[in-house]
Write a protein of this length. Sequence first.
Length: 152
Amino acid sequence: MRNLFSLLLFAAVMVTMGCNSSKATAQTEAPVPQNRSATQQGPRQGGPDLTAMIEQLKLTDEQAVTFKAIKDRYATKARELRQAAGDDREAMRTKMEGLRASENKEINGLLNADQQKAYAKIMAEQEASRPQRGAGQGRPGGGGGRPGGGNQ
């Protein structure tokens, strides 16, 4: 009986030491950042990642650095705009359209004529793949009411 108790005590101590060791290892690992910039995110929703865009546009190293800086700056502005908009989706949409226009104007100023054409094509593809929302795009059946008729 005494041997069984000693064995259980030993097992409990070993399990406790193993748990503490894994906690220490987990605590020493670098935390994963939650707010990554556009250059760190990989593919963004609705479009290719920046590295792919840079390759498609055949940017020089200098252009690539400036391009990433512009994209990061506007991604931050868009995130702030979304957070500040609250429930006013229409106002946010209007501001986002203006933000996108400013971003595109700044990027086009960085690009040569061939790169501008390629960038316009990428942006058109992104716009086409973006879900269209607005009038008539609500629930299936075209209405917001209950199936079968009236809003009771």
